[in-house]
Ligand binder design. Structure first.
Ligand code: CA
Length: 524
């Protein structure tokens, strides 16, 4: 049996017991732990799959992510259970839905609960997290951490570490990559490592570095087909959401220069307001843009900065992959690339996320593991963010804990097609009202359809994804679709019960408070 499979099937508890009983000689422990694969888990913040060329992006090129996909496997259908930063991160760590891990909104993560960092650490992995954390409490289960407070800063960011606070000059994406390299260089030689390399980029306010500041200056980025969506056939929620490119991007988002003579407070207020006309220079002429011309300008302004942030991420992924090669770590290191959820890139007229629509429900997921994955695979398997922790458990040769709700993706990585794989995913978003006035909803996405219930107002949407992938034609209420809808409703009730979401929508939500200074590191 190959050494990396030696521990497969053993519970971490039984491994620890055996070690404790002295039944494993020191040499065997050493061999087993040093040949288990390393795991580098790269996660960005708000990077939609449709801004990765390996996923068919029409708006940018990401050569290093494409290379990663070409050398590994690309999941075309990976979905988030609750499309928002903090809850997705809690689900990823625990392998559980929001209603099981205590983080339905922006409330602090209880680090006393079991999670993947702890399991891997206890089984002998050297564990670390650098970059975005955004879970509001001090990281547990990580031997080393260097994390941004709350959302963190793009430029000259401050980090919270066990030793205290540290501000580092430079650009966050470069710095976080450098920190990841330091973690690998300084790791204990006798342990495999688990590294969470979590970028802030490309989160709002989409602030690029100097190196990419003028990228795309010479061209227009294609507009999405649904930029001017009028939300006809949809329920009230789409019209009520305050996250349109046209009417909600503020002056800070659009990087407009403030007028002189304002106090700091006045400048901040000015940045926070939405311009409904903008005077700018076009072909050497000063023009004032309004309405349709202003929408076109705002979209370009928004999407170019978003893509510039991604260009830096892509460069740094390339830099890190080269580093792994130089360190001789390519073969037995699993590299995962994902984002905490997708994002609207002008789709349906929006920026941001939260809704159950495809653009932000879908997460990119690329995995490279030369020792086990045949290069160039693409799978349509329905994956979820709750599958990541079980996957890491199996990669590490550990038994997946019974209370994790996700399933290991390792069979898919190995080119197998496991029986009884899921054919539908459950979704639930809790805030209402919250940021961007997005309404609470839950629903089901099957291989072919999506059913969404905005439960507070008892409004429903249903889409046939095979005929209407852009989700523009709500078929709920269409008499010819009544049987389809009735079947989906039954399926949704069953799925809600199966994932043990027994809440009947009367919950009092925890207070949002992870965006302050998160936590004060416990200085020894
Ligand atoms: Ca996010």
């Amino acid at each position: 049996m190959p050494p990396d499979r030696l521990l497969a099937g053993w519970t971490q508890l039984s491994v620890r017991r055996l070690i404790g009983l002295g039944l494993l000689c020191a040499g065997l422990v050493h061999a087993a732990t040093t040949t288990r694969p390393n795991i580098v888990f790269i996660m960005t913040d708000d990077h939609a799959a449709h801004a990765i060329s390996a996923y068919g992006s029409k708006i940018n090129q990401t050569p290093h992510l494409d290379q990663l996909a070409a050398e590994g496997i690309r999941f075309n259908r990976c979905f988030v259970g609750n499309s928002i930063c903090t809850p997705s991160r809690a689900s990823i760590l625990t392998g559980k839905y929001s209603h099981k891990n205590g983080v339905p909104t922006f409330n602090p993560f209880n680090g006393a609960q079991p999670h993947i960092g702890k399991y891997l650490q206890q089984s002998g992995y050297h564990t670390g997290i650098v970059g975005k954390w955004h879970l509001g409490t001090e990281p547990t289960g990580f031997d080393e951490y260097s994390v941004l407070p709350g959302q963190g800063a793009y430029h000259n960011p401050m980090f919270l570490e066990r030793q205290g606070r540290r501000t580092i000059p430079g650009y966050a994406t470069d710095i976080i990559t450098d920190m990841a390299m330091d973690f690998v260089r300084n790791r204990p030689a006798d342990k495999p490592f688990f590294l969470c390399l979590h970028h802030k980029a490309p989160h709002r306010e989409w602030s690029p570095d100097a190196k990419h500041a003028t990228l795309y200056d010479d061209r227009d980025i294609p507009e999405p087909a649904t930029l001017r969506d009028d939300y006809s056939t949809r329920t009230d929620a789409a019209r009520e959401a305050t996250m349109t490119v046209a009417r909600h991007l503020n002056r800070r988002d659009l990087k407009l220069p403030p007028p002189g003579g304002l106090t700091e407070a006045e400048t901040n207020r000015w940045y926070g307001t939405v311009p409904m006309e903008v005077t700018t220079t076009v072909n050497g002429q000063e023009v004032t843009l309004k309405d349709e011309a202003l929408l076109r300008w705002k979209y370009q302004r928004y999407i170019k900065d978003y893509l510039r942030c991604i260009a830096s991420v892509d460069d740094n992924v390339g830099r890190f992959l080269t580093f792994l090669d130089v360190q001789g770590l390519r073969e037995n290191t699993v590299v995962v690339y994902t984002s905490d959820q997708g994002f609207f890139l002008g789709d349906h007229g929006w920026y941001d996320k939260r809704f159950m629509y495809e653009e932000c429900l879908r997460m990119p997921l690329i995995v490279r593991w030369p020792a086990a994955i045949r290069p160039g695979q693409v799978t349509e398997a329905m994956a979820q963010n709750i599958d990541f922790a079980p996957t890491f458990m199996e990669i590490a040769g550990l038994k997946v804990p019974g209370d994790m709700q996700g399933r290991s993706l390792v069979p898919w990585l190995r080119g197998q097609h496991p029986r009884n794989w899921r054919t539908a995913v459950y979704y639930r978003y809790y805030h209402d009202p919250g940021h961007h006035n997005t309404r609470a909803h839950y629903g089901i996405r099957t291989e072919t359809h999506k059913l969404i219930h905005f439960w507070k107002v008892d409004q429903w949407e249903c889409y046939d994804l095979t005929k209407d992938p852009a989700e523009l034609h709500n078929i709920y209420g269409d008499p010819t679709q009544a049987r389809v809808v009735a079947r989906l409703k039954q399926q949704l009730v069953r799925l809600k019960r199966d994932v043990q979401d027994h809440d009947e929508f009367s919950v009092t939500l925890p207070k949002d408070n992870v965006d302050s200074l998160s936590f004060v590191p416990a200085i020894p």
